[in-house]
Design a protein around this ligand. Structure first.
Ligand code: ADP
Length: 475
């Protein structure tokens, strides 16, 4: 762990193992933090806050810029650690490192653009000035599916704003976090500005973040269930929160869309990270008369994607993260088939040869999916593509919005009018119009409804770590 500028074991000496989801092999062991370690990290962040927040924005920017350069220098090693620990194909891991590095550069620049305001007063003797100031110590909790970019997406704006941070990464992917902290160490961030605690049981650390009065803000990416739990507890102590939670993205194909282009896009985004993404399409809506043609094209492309160990050349689909993920996928597929869905491809675990010790599930296509099925409601987080026929067109926006989630949605059409109508009516925070990658460090990422609150990246991202302070001056 990295606490107060030093590498440390847990006070208790406890450790836990990190495993490769493609092979089941033990990769390494890391410290298992207890309450003492977390308190030490929070205290270190508290001690570092006054001087870090007093640096000029230009000085803080320089640290982030150095970390950005180091991250790009170490891109290949970071990508390999990610594939080993998380399972995604190496090419996808490289893309994630680039995306993760983008946040360091973006917020190195945004640090210099934290503007206040002057406001005219109705009183001739009065002046109003609004300051934006760092809000204090931040507790950050990140998930395993994007184990590097979710760290920089939170830490870069927090550090740029002048906050100090304690990070708790997911228990499945602490090694990516350790590698990132080696970069922060090499960039010579002052002691206590960035702190890392690794732990197998996230509950005590989550508790410390929401209950310790020093922590002023919790930023969390993970499941809606845990996000709500933490939000409830944070509310009791009036802490600021940002939550990036689950999703259930609709992918709407209109009947003027090119079915080949739409199928190509749908396959690429559905099977990205083996479906383990909060912006993964979970319901693919196709006009009833186009379902056969679309499904043929879609399935042909699915069958061409090779599952396997992400380290192997040509592999496009890696393993799921663990056994529970497999069980969830199996449950949803069984429920759908029991209720009348048709299995077009996949629908089973992959256990042949080298796959036998990993958590592999065949890329799966279902048609005849209806609103009664679990898969229409629950996030799948796996390589299953449910195709839903719609008819008439007027129904599809209502069907797409029929979810408690509101993160990402995708629309394929050549009509500007349909595109604009869908863009305006869909209740989701991120809409891809003929575009399967509507994400960038420069663009706001976040959801509505049960998908959370707050935005990461973009000009908005840094606001999550700032307080607004008004000065009224009588002259
Ligand atoms: P997922 O289903 O994607 O693993 P989780 O919400 O369980 O989503 O995990 C996301 C992050 O939240 C991880 O870092 C995990 O350790 C952490 N986490 C899970 N449960 C809790 C909890 N009760 N308190 C604090 N953090 C938690």
């Amino acid at each position: 762990m990295f606490i107060d500028g030093k590498w440390k074991k847990a006070v208790s000496g406890a450790e836990f193992g990190v495993f490769n989801p493609a092979t089941g092999d033990l990769i390494d062991r890391v410290p298992d933090a207890g309450p003492r370690d977390v308190a030490d990290a929070i205290n270190a962040a508290d001690k570092a806050f006054p001087s870090w927040s007093s640096l000029t924005a230009y000085q803080r920017s320089q640290y982030l810029y150095t970390a950005w350069k180091l991250m790009l220098d170490r891109k290949e090693d970071l990508a390999r650690t990610m594939t080993l620990e998380q399972g995604k194909p190496l090419a996808a891991a490289r893309n994630e490192i680039q995306y993760g590095a983008d946040f360091l550069l973006w917020f190195a620049e945004e640090a210099k653009r934290v503007y206040g305001q002057t406001i005219p007063s109705a009183r001739p003797d009065q002046r109003f000035i609004v300051l934006k100031q760092a809000l204090g110590v931040v507790g950050a909790i990140t998930p395993w599916n994007y184990p590097v970019s979710m760290i920089t997406r939170k830490l870069a704006p927090a550090l740029a704003a002048g906050c100090t941070v304690v990070l708790k990464p997911a228990e499945a992917t602490p090694l990516c976090a350790l590698e990132m902290f080696k970069i922060f160490e090499a960039a010579q961030f002052p002691p206590g500005v960035v702190n890392l605690v690794t732990t197998l049981d996230p509950k005590p650390v989550g508790q410390a973040f929401v209950s310790n009065p020093i922590v002023r803000k919790l930023t969390f990416t993970g499941s809606t269930q845990v996000g709500k739990l933490l939000a409830r507890e944070a509310a009791g102590n009036m802490k600021r929160i940002s939550l990036e939670l689950g999703g259930h993205a609709p992918f709407i194909v209109y009947d003027d869309a090119d079915p080949v282009h739409a199928a190509k896009g749908a396959v690429l985004v559905k099977f990205l990270n083996t479906g383990q993404a909060c912006i993964s399409p979970n319901r693919i809506f196709v006009p009833r008369h186009m379902v056969d043609a679309f499904t043929r094209e879609f399935t042909m492309r699915v069958m061409a994607m090779k599952p396997g160990n992400g380290m192997d050349a040509g592999v496009k689909i890696g393993p799921l993260v663990g056994p529970e993920a497999l069980l969830k996928v199996e449950k949803q597929v069984k429920d759908a088939l029991d209720k009348g869905a048709k299995l077009i491809a996949g629908g089973r675990r992959l256990t042949e040869g080298a796959l036998s010790n990993g958590y592999f599930y065949a890329p799966t296509v279902l048609t005849h999916v209806t609103r009664e099925m679990l898969i229409f409601r629950e996030e799948t987080f796996g390589p299953v593509a449910p195709i839903i026929a719609y008819d008439p067109e007027e129904d599809v926006i209502e069907m797409a919005n029929d979810t408690v989630y509101g993160l990402a949605a995708y629309v394929y059409t050549k009509s500007t009018s349909r595109a604009m109508t869908a863009f305006e009516r869909l209740r989701f925070g991120i809409i891809g119009i003929n575009d399967i990658n509507p994400t960038s460090a420069a663009a706001p990422f976040g959801g509505m409804k049960d998908s959370g609150m707050g935005r990461e990246g973009s000009r908005e991202g840094i606001n999550e770590y700032l307080e607004t302070k008004l000065g009224g001056f009588s002259i």
